[in-house]
Design a protein around this ligand. Structure first.
Ligand code: GAL
Length: 397
């Protein structure tokens, strides 16, 4: 009897120990799931070494501070922006502030790198942004091909990438830009209406930027037939390293020399280069005599439009582009698929990729509609009308 009771007692003890152990495990499990642990959430998003986007955090936040139009809360998300340079005024004056404003609205953090026009530096910049904790990247590529390995590397780590303004041929990236073919068409329409026949110069942008060829493609839609028919002769056509205005000036000087100043129109792909082209024309007294195009709505270019030395600047409201990119970046970092981002369409790229794309509309600005940029708060009247004879254009009374 005693022996059996002893065995029974031993078994009871064992059962109790087992129960206690079980309870302990249960208690630990309950503790792990308890709200007390949520307190550590505040530090989670700031773990800048976390490479993969946190897809769960955003939706659990309160909706009170959601001022972003997409309704995405970006607390704890770090957005890395890789700029190729800040040469054109638009990047620092409009694109960057608009991205920051969109991120601020959702509580996301902004970090940046400036590659100073070096495609090689930009590869390092992207690496650095990732090691600084970027959960998503916005890349303005210096060279759409050279940047590809860095983009693939980011994507492989689960870091979404936005090809900003300029195409990057990777269909896993979100492409956010203006209709660049449309920009080329719009500038050519304005110039062609004024000069349906004669000698044309075509000053193209940086060859490593797909926009240079998109713009040229858009021009062809307008002038292609006239060129084929011999009504228009393209007497010079050159790419311009880095969209550099000084290089464009040299190209135009050479073009004028080669053609004994016999030039009737200049299709110039952006405003920075138009500034060089107009300077070259001025050096032979042809400024204001030959229609010149540009794009970006640079303040100096809009002033030239008012003065009559540049005919058209195709305006891309970069504030909208920056906003779209900032909002999309937050959505992607929260795990949205490319196709779920608001406003996307498919764009068939020259490299044969179907790019998920947000495509914004450009607006040609001529002397007739300068009020648009004034009304949009893009430029003030004093800047637009500097040295413009009062009343010579409607926008400068
Ligand atoms: C292009 C862009 C233009 C222009 C240029 C120079 O890619 O579309 O707006 O600014 O770069 O940076």
């Amino acid at each position: 009897m005693d022996g059996r009771r002893h065995i029974q007692q031993e078994e009871e003890l064992k059962r109790n120990r087992y129960l206690i152990a079980l309870l302990a495990v249960l208690a630990m499990l309950i503790a792990a799931c308890s709200p007390a642990d949520e307190g550590s959430d505040t530090t989670e998003g700031t773990d800048t070494t976390t490479a993969s986007p946190d897809t769960t955090e955003g939706p659990t936040e309160t909706t009170e501070d959601m001022t972003s139009t997409t309704g995405a809360t970006g607390e704890g998300i770090t957005v890395g922006v890789s700029w190729n340079n800040f040469n054109e005024p638009r990047w620092a004056n409009f694109d960057k502030p608009a991205i920051i404003e969109a991120l601020d609205a959702s509580g996301a953090e902004y970090i940046e790198a400036d590659a100073g026009s070096s495609a090689e530096q930009q590869l390092t910049d992207v690496e650095n942004l990732i090691s600084q904790g970027a959960d998503v990247l916005i890349i303005l590529a210096q060279d759409g091909t050279a940047i590809l390995p860095a983009v693939q590397n980011a994507l492989d780590q689960g870091i979404p990438v936005i090809a900003y303004d300029r195409l990057i041929e990777n269909p896993e990236a979100l492409y956010i830009t203006f209709d660049n073919i449309g920009v080329g068409t719009l500038m050519a329409e304005v110039i062609y209406e004024l000069v349906p026949e004669g000698n044309y110069a075509v000053i193209k942008g940086n060859q490593a930027d797909a926009n240079a060829d998109f713009l040229r493609e858009g021009m062809e839609v307008v002038i292609g037939d006239a060129v084929a028919a011999g009504d228009i002769t393209i007497v010079c056509e050159e790419y311009t390293d880095n969209w550099d205005g000084a290089i464009a000036q040299t190209t135009m000087e050479q073009c004028l020399t080669d053609n004994n100043d016999d030039l009737d129109a200049a299709l110039v792909e952006n405003d920075g280069m138009a500034s060089g082209v107009v300077a070259a024309l001025a050096s032979v007294g042809l400024d204001g005599q030959i229609p010149v195009s540009g794009q970006d709505g640079d303040t100096a270019a809009l002033n030239r439009v008012a003065l009559g030395t540049q005919t058209v600047s195709v305006w891309k409201d970069a504030r909208l582009l920056g906003q779209a990119a900032g909002e999309a970046a937050v959505q992607l970092a929260q795990g949205a698929a490319l196709g779920d981002v608001s406003g996307v369409i498919d764009f068939e790229s020259p490299g044969g990729n179907t790019m998920t794309t947000i495509l914004l509309d450009p607006t040609p600005i001529t002397q007739d509609n300068l009020n648009l940029v004034l009304d949009a708060g893009w430029i003030d009247e004093a800047t637009l009308c500097q040295n413009v004879e009062s009343g010579s254009v409607e926008a400068c009374p």
